[in-house]
Design a protein around this ligand. Structure first.
Ligand code: HDE
Length: 753
C-alpha cells in the first residue's frame, strides 16, 4: 500500500484549513514567524512538517565531499507527521516522565526522558571568542568579468553566478548582546566557488587596531568586559579599552573610525565592507598585482545617531538582525558591489608612500579608485539559525586559485587562528562537513576520521604516493587549475621580533580621516570620544588619550578636552600634512530608500482613504509602512501594526501623521505633561514623543489633515524636513524625497567646522 496517500490527503486538507485562517492584520508585511498562520486552538490532526517560509534558504544538499545528492534542502529537516525518538521510533507521550504510579518516583528506565534531557543539556556550543553576536543570509554573487586582467579566479568571470553565505557581526559583545552598540562590524562572505571555497572575512572599517597578530589577544582582552565584574557588555566605553589604545597608539586610526558614525550603522544593508589587508592577485599569465577588497552597498553608507543606538539597545536589541531579515522577506534584497583597488606589485610593497603591509593604513580612493568586479545580492534568510549562522566557519586561508596572501603580519597570524578556533568551537576537525560549510567543489583530500565524521571514505590508501587506490588522488598539473602559492622572493634577513620603520607612523591617517569628515560627522566624533572617555573611571586614562588626540588634531583634542573638563595638551609629534579623502564621508549624495521603515500615525477620525493610498504607494516603492494607532486590530479596514504603547520612534526612518489622536485610554497625560510633553492633554503624549524624537534625530516628518495639528502642538512646524501637505500623496512624496539623503542634516547645527 502507498502509505504516503492518506498522509497527503490529510496534509492538503490541513493546509487549506490553515490558509483560511490567513492573518488579516499583516497581509503584506515581513516578520511572520512561520509559513502558515497559526490556529487559535492547538492543532491535533497529524500532518507533515510545515514548509519553510518562501524567503528561507538552506545550504545546498551536497555530500560532505562536495557531490550533489539531488535531495531538496528540506531533506535536512524533520520527516514524517509523528513525533519520534532520535532513532525514529514513534512516541505516544512526551509530556510525562515514566513513573511508578502517578505520584511515584521517576524510573531510570525512561529512555525517552533521558534522551530528551541529555540532548538539551548539550545544546550550546562555545560562542565565538570575538564576533559572537551575528546574523547571516544566503545570496548570490555575479562576476562582471572586469577582474580578468588581474586574477584568474573563475568566479569573477563575466556573468558567472556563485552561491554565497554572508555573516555580519559585532566584535566585542556576547551572543545575546544588542545589535546597535558602538563597535566594529564583521562582514564575512563565503563564496562557494567551483574552484574551492573563498572566504572574504572582512570588516566595515578598512583598518585594524594592531599591526601584528600577536597583539590580538591584548586588544580583545582590553575591549571585552572587565574580568572581575564582567561589565560593561559589548562596548568600548570603559577603562581597559582606553588604557590599551592610548598606550598602544597604532590603534588610534581604527579607534577614530569606531568613534565616528561607522561605529553605529543604521543597517547591515548600509555598510561598506573591507578586506583590510592587501592581497596578492595572480592572472592566467602568472602576473601579479596587489589589491584591496571593498564592498559598496547599493543603499549607501548610513548610520544611527548615538541616541537612537542607545534607545534601540533597550527597545529592540535585535534591530539589525530584524532589519536584514525583514528586508529580504519583503523582497528588498540587500545588494553590494565588490570592488578592488589594484596596486602594482613592487618589491617595496608600497603605494604613494603608504606601506601596503601595514593594516592600520588605507589607500585613499582618490589615489587608487575602487574598480567594480561583481555584484552580491542577499535573497534568502536561514532556515535554522544555529545550523547555519552559528555553525558557519570562515577562514582567510580559504582561497581560490588567483587570490593569494601577502606578508601583512596581521593576515599571517589570522591564517593560523581561524582554523585553530573552529576545533573547539565546532568540536573537532570535520567542521568543513557541516552543511553550511560544505564546499560546492568536489573534495578529494586525504584527511580521515575524527569527531563527527560524516563522509564514508572508500579506499584503503589515504596517503601519497600509493598504488593500492590506483594512485588517487593525483596532484593537479600545471594546466589543471591548481592553487599554486605565488613564489614571492623572501629577502635574506635576520630573524627578529620587529616591525618595519614605516609602521611607526600612528597618527597621520587618523588625521586624514578626521580632516575628511563633514562638520556634522566631526561633531559626532567629538561627542563619541567625550562620552566614551567620560565613562572611564580614571582621569589618567582620559589625559593619556587626550595626548593622542593632540597628535591627531588640535581642534578635536580641544573640543573633547572641554567636554571632559580637562586642559587640552600640546602635540608631541608634528601634525601630519595630509590631503583629505572626501570619499570617506557618508554625506552629500542621494540613495534609494528600499526597505526603509515608514511609521504612519492614524486614528479613527483621520483621512483613512488617504492612509490606504499612502500605504499602497509605500509598499509599491519598496518601503515598509507600519500603521501606528491608539489600539491594535483595525482602524476602518486598515490593519494596525503598532499601537501608541508599542511604537517607539527609533524603529522608523520617517514619520507620517494622518490624524491628531486624543490621549488613548492607556495614556498618562498628566505624568507626561509634568515630564514636559507639549500639550499632552489634547494629543496622545506618546504621539508627541514620536514626533519630538523623530525631529531630534533629524528624520523626515510629514503630515496632512489632522496630523498638521500635531506638528503645531509639538512646536516643529516649518522647520527643515517637516512637511505640512494638502494630501497624503503629497506628504508621502515629500518624505520619500527627504529619505534619499538619509536624514535632514540641516537640523543638526554642527559646532565643529
Ligand atoms: Fe578575526 N577572528 N581575527 N578579524 N574575524 C574571528 O574566528 C583573528 C581580524 C573577522 O562571522 C575568529 O571563527 C585574529 C581582522 C570576522 O564567523 C578568530 C586577528 C578582520 C570574524 C579570529 C583577527 C577580522 C572574525 C573568532 C588578528 C577584518 C567573524 C571566531 C590577527 C579583516 C567571522 C572565528 C564569522 C572572527 C581571529 C583580526 C574579521 C578567533 C587572530 C583584521 C568578520 O579566529
Amino acid at each position: 500500500m502507498d502509505s504516503s496517500k492518506p498522509a497527503k490527503a490529510v496534509r492538503n486538507a490541513v493546509e487549506s484549513a490553515a490558509e483560511k485562517v490567513a492573518d488579516v492584520l499583516t497581509p503584506d508585511l515581513p516578520g511572520a514567524p512561520g509559513s502558515i498562520p497559526p490556529t487559535v486552538d492547538e492543532p491535533t490532526t497529524p500532518r507533515e512538517p510545515l514548509p519553510p517560509k518562501k524567503e528561507q534558504g538552506a545550504p545546498r544538499t551536497g555530500t560532505p565531499t562536495g557531490a550533489e545528492t539531488g535531495a531538496p534542502p528540506s531533506a535536512y529537516g524533520q520527516q514524517g507527521a509523528y513525533l519520534t525518538t532520535a532513532q525514529g521510533a514513534r512516541l505516544r507521550d512526551t509530556d510525562h516522565s515514566l513513573k511508578a504510579g502517578p505520584r511515584g518516583p521517576v524510573l531510570l528506565q525512561d529512555h525517552h526522558l533521558r534522551e530528551k534531557i541529555t540532548h538539551f543539556d548539550h545544546e550550546r556550543i562555545p560562542e565565538r571568542v570575538v564576533h559572537a553576536r551575528g546574523t547571516g543570509a544566503h545570496g548570490v554573487f555575479t562576476g562582471y568579468g572586469t577582474a580578468e586582467g588581474v586574477t584568474k579566479a573563475a568566479f569573477l568571470a563575466k556573468g558567472r553566478e556563485t552561491e554565497v553565505f554572508v555573516r555580519f557581526s559585532t566584535v566585542l559583545g556576547s551572543r545575546g548582546s544588542a545589535d546597535t552598540v558602538r563597535d566594529t562590524r564583521g562582514f564575512a562572505t563565503k563564496f562557494y566557488t567551483d574552484e574551492g571555497t573563498f572566504d572574504l572575512v572582512a570588516n566595515n572599517i578598512p583598518v585594524f587596531f594592531i599591526q601584528d597578530a600577536i597583539k590580538f589577544p591584548d586588544v580583545i582582552h582590553a575591549g571585552k568586559p572587565h574580568p572581575d565584574r564582567e561589565i560593561p557588555q559589548a562596548q568600548s566605553a570603559h577603562d581597559t579599552f582606553w588604557d590599551f589604545v592610548s598606550l598602544h597608539t597604532e590603534a588610534q586610526h581604527h579607534t577614530m573610525w569606531n568613534m565616528s558614525d561607522r561605529g553605529v550603522p543604521r543597517s547591515y544593508r548600509m555598510m561598506e565592507g573591507f578586506g583590510v589587508h592587501t592581497f596578492r592577485l595572480v592572472n592566467a599569465a602568472g602576473e601579479t598585482a596587489l589589491a584591496k577588497f571593498h564592498w559598496k552597498p547599493k543603499l549607501g553608507v548610513h548610520s544611527l545617531t548615538w541616541e537612537e543606538a542607545q534607545l534601540l539597545g533597550g527597545v529592540d536589541p535585535d534591530f539589525h538582525r530584524r532589519d536584514l531579515y525583514d528586508a529580504i522577506e519583503a523582497g528588498a534584497f540587500p545588494e553590494w558591489e565588490l570592488g578592488i583597488q589594484v596596486l602594482p606589485d613592487t618589491p617595496e610593497e608600497t603605494f604613494a608612500g603608504i606601506d601596503l603591509l601595514d593594516p592600520t593604513k588605507l589607500v585613499p580612493e582618490e589615489l587608487a579608485p575602487v574598480q567594480p568586479i561583481g555584484r552580491l545580492v542577499l535573497n534568502r534568510t536561514p532556515t535554522n539559525f544555529f545550523a547555519e549562522v552559528e555553525q558557519v566557519a570562515f577562514h582567510p586561508g580559504h582561497l581560490p586559485p588567483g587570490v593569494d596572501v601577502t606578508n601583512d603580519p596581521l593576515l599571517q597570524g589570522r591564517l593560523f587562528s581561524y582554523l585553530d578556533t573552529q576545533l573547539t568551537r565546532l568540536g573537532g576537525p570535520n567542521f568543513a562537513q557541516i552543511p553550511v560549510n560544505r564546499p560546492h567543489a568536489p573534495v578529494n583530500d586525504m584527511l580521515r576520521d575524527g569527531f563527527h565524521q560524516h563522509a564514508v571514505h572508500a579506499g584503503v590508501a589515504p596517503y601519497r604516493p600509493n598504488s593500492l587506490d590506483g594512485g588517487n588522488p593525483f596532484p593537479a598539473g600545471d594546466d589543471e587549475n591548481a592553487f599554486v602559492d605565488v613564489p614571492v622572493t623572501v629577502a635574506q634577513a635576520p630573524k627578529v621580533r620587529a616591525n618595519p620603520a614605516s609602521f611607526d607612523d600612528h597618527f597621520s591617517q587618523a588625521r586624514l580621516f578626521w580632516l575628511s569628515m563633514s562638520p556634522v560627522e566631526k561633531e559626532h566624533i567629538v561627542r563619541a570620544y567625550t562620552f566614551e572617555l567620560g565613562k572611564c573611571y580614571h582621569q589618567a586614562i582620559r589625559e593619556r588619550q587626550l595626548r593622542c588626540l593632540a597628535n591627531i588634531d588640535p581642534e578635536l583634542c580641544a573640543q573633547v578636552a572641554t567636554g571632559l573638563g580637562l586642559p587640552a595638551p600640546e602635540p608631541t609629534v608634528p601634525l601630519a600634512d595630509v590631503a583629505p579623502s572626501p570619499t570617506l564621508s557618508q554625506l552629500g549624495r542621494e540613495w534609494p530608500a528600499d526597505g526603509r521603515v515608514l511609521g504612519i500615525v492614524v486614528d479613527p477620525d483621520a483621512d483613512l482613504d488617504g492612509v490606504g493610498e499612502v500605504r499602497r504607494a509605500a509598499l509599491g516603492a519598496g518601503l515598509v509602512p507600519l500603521l501606528i494607532a491608539p489600539h491594535g486590530g483595525v482602524v476602518g479596514d486598515l490593519p494596525v501594526q503598532r499601537t501608541f504603547a508599542t511604537a517607539r520612534s527609533v524603529e522608523f526612518d520617517a514619520l507620517l501623521l494622518a490624524g491628531a489622536p486624543a490621549p488613548a485610554p492607556d495614556a498618562l497625560p498628566t505624568r507626561d505633561a509634568k515630564a514636559g510633553a507639549a500639550d499632552s492633554t489634547t494629543v496622545d503624549p506618546r504621539v508627541l514623543l514620536l514626533v519630538e524624537e523623530a525631529w531630534r534625530h533629524a528624520k523626515a516628518v510629514g503630515a496632512w489633515g489632522g496630523g498638521v495639528t500635531v506638528l503645531e502642538r509639538a512646536g516643529v512646524t516649518g522647520t527643515p524636513g517637516v512637511v505640512s501637505a494638502e494630501s497624503g500623496g503629497d506628504a508621502f512624496a515629500a518624505v520619500r524625497q527627504l529619505l534619499s539623503a538619509h536624514r535632514v542634516w540641516e537640523r543638526f547645527p554642527a559646532s565643529v567646522r
